[in-house]
Design a protein around this ligand. Sequence first.
Ligand code: SF4
Ligand code: SF4
Length: 189
Amino acid sequence: MIQPLEEFIIYVDPSRCLGCRSCEVACAVEHSSSKQLFSAISEDPRPKPRTSVVVADGVYVPMRCMHCDPAPCVKACPTGSMRRTDEGFVVSDPARCIGCRTCLLACPFGHPSYSSRGKVIKCDHCIDRFKSGMPPACVEACPTGALRFGRAEELLGEERRRRALEMITGLGEGGVVYRRAASPVLVGR
Ligand code: SF4
Ligand code: SF4
């Protein structure tokens, strides 16, 4: 049974990110034709990741689409290529995309990207994996837990326990909850 997306979040914790970019590689492979690393490398065009690790002030920050609701990119798209699925994900339909890049301008987080095929591509939240009960490829690939996917209550409960521990030790960093919202929710600091 497909679970309502509202119950799930991706918790992004830059303090745990090594900058290894395993998430980017996993995303590109997941969106390749073969879905196999070594075959994907030789595909033409080479599959592109739909998530990226940005370096800000010396800190690695994994950035991905937040599947906003309402989504500025969906509102801006003149052809209906950018749309929300029944599960709640914001996806782009290459058959309808005319490559005008209006969605790139509309997205406040710089997420959709322009492919060499003249179409916009973006994170689809690994919708097929989600339907099979699997986490997004980027989350599965992350070796440190900088990206976590799960039920909001469980992940935020874990974070509350971690924060409590940090209050005792006096150490800690803030994290970001990526969920269906117009902007990320900052936790901690
Ligand atoms: S983060 Fe950008 S690409 Fe993703 S749904 Fe929001 S506006 Fe669209
Ligand atoms: S896989 Fe995890 S640790 Fe590596 S860059 Fe991505 S978020 Fe950071």
